[in-house]
Design a protein around this ligand. Structure first.
Ligand code: ZN
Length: 404
């Protein structure tokens, strides 16, 4: 009998090569502090590197998976990214039942990559405005056989962090303030803009580049990390990991922030309808919505309720819809995110979540908030709301209160 069990176990091991392994990664506690924890990475198909059934974590432009004997810092990042991507994938696969995710081949995830994205060449030239402190999801490409560029599939890129001292920030007179003060100032003074734009200013000061001299960086940074609520939330909870005594230094180590990892994976999972060509309020708001769902944190939900520019209690000023929201640079992701979150709450957690996943079919990356997004919401409600007539009135009433 014992032998039989042993044989069965050996058979299972032999037929299911994918294995689990324990690593240290950033995980959120109940109270949402980031801390290091031992986690189990599932579905690894290599015994020596971060090569999994669904994800291969590589460094820079390399296609080789990062080895388990690489530097401690890189392994920590690779394990954190792998762990949270698996969580995001399981959410879309098992909870949302996404056909795209079910069919998706192994995805390449790049850490510490500074190159800009090139639609033709995959990676732009090394010297062309190197990137840091952000992350983005890039669409697949056909490659360029004549130049030796191989075809590639959808990939997620995490840039290296780059530190900037607060004294070097001369943005809207907000220098020399601690992070909380900086955020308050941001919310009061430039409420119309998204946090990304605010961060772009900071990052540009840091990199010594202006918008004129680096036409690519705005869009890249803009597609970074979603709305101000998600980003602020992630930002507030990273210091225990960095063990910093003061908040005099700023940077974003995007590979260590779970919500940013969820946000980027959501872009990939929604890309059957929301193409990854460029960043708009709609595409970012949708990715944020699902990042918030994957995080599933009551603390984050509270934060969203309190601070989003659509209906947040602490975001009373200028929270109404403004026509500037439709223009790329002012596109207010936070506003769209708050709006989708509010509609979910109107429809109930489970129905609302299903609703948002269906909504992606009726909007595009280029949808304007006031026109196509609202039309898409109404059409989706016709098909998926429990009581379309009543629910549409409730939705329109909520939108109406915000000037839409
Ligand atoms: Zn994004």
């Amino acid at each position: 009998m014992k032998n039989l069990i042993l044989i069965i176990i050996l058979f299972l091991i032999a037929t299911n090569f994918a294995q689990a392994r324990v690593f240290k990664a950033v995980v959120r506690t109940e109270s949402n502090r980031a801390h290091q924890e031992d986690v189990v990475l599932q579905d690894l198909i290599s015994e020596t590197s971060f090569e999994g059934k669904h994800f291969r974590i590589v460094r820079g432009k390399s296609n080789e998976a990062i080895k388990f004997d690489d530097s401690e810092e890189l392994i920590f990042k690779a394990a954190t990214v792998y762990y949270h991507l698996t969580k995001a994938r399981n959410y879309f696969l098992n909870h949302i039942r996404s056909a795209l995710v079910a069919d998706q081949a192994q995805m390449i995830i790049r850490l510490e990559l500074t190159n800009q994205f090139s639609e033709l060449g995959h990676f732009a030239h090394d010297n062309l405005d190197p990137q840091s402190n952000n992350a983005l999801t890039v669409p697949g490409g056909k490659g360029l056989a004549s130049r030796g560029v191989q075809p590639w599939e959808t990939e997620i890129w995490f840039r290296p962090k780059k530190r900037v001292h607060i004294d070097d920030l001369k943005v809207n007179g907000l220098a020399n303030q601690e992070f909380k003060g900086l955020m308050r100032g941001f919310r009061n003074q430039i409420h119309m803009q998204s946090l990304q734009k605010f961060m772009v200013n900071i990052l540009q000061v840091m990199m010594g580049t202006s918008r004129q001299s680096s036409p690519f960086s705005i869009d890249n940074v803009f597609r970074t990390a979603g709305s101000s609520v998600i980003m602020e939330f992630g930002y507030q909870f990273i210091d225990p990991i960095t063990k910093l005594a003061s908040r005099k230094w700023y940077w974003l180590d995007t590979a260590l922030i779970p919500e940013i990892i969820y946000h980027e994976y959501s872009h990939a999972a929604l890309s059957d309808h929301l193409l990854l060509t460029h960043s708009t309020a709609v595409i970012e708001g949708m990715a944020d919505f699902f990042a918030g769902q994957i995080a599933g944190s009551p603390k984050l939900a509270k934060h969203i309720k309190k601070y989003n520019t659509f209906n947040g209690k602490n975001a009373k000023r200028k929270q109404d819809y403004m026509i500037q929201f439709e223009m790329g640079e002012y596109a207010n992701t936070d506003f769209v995110f708050g709006m989708l979150w509010e509609i979910k709450n109107l429809l109930g957690e489970e129905n609302g979540e299903k609703f948002m996943f269906e909504l992606r079919k009726r909007v595009t990356t280029n949808s304007a908030i006031r026109k196509e997004l609202i039309d898409g919401i109404i059409q989706t409600c016709d098909e998926y709301c429990a009581n379309p007539f009543v629910d549409k009135i409730r939705i329109l009433k909520a939108l109406n209160q915000r000037g839409i």
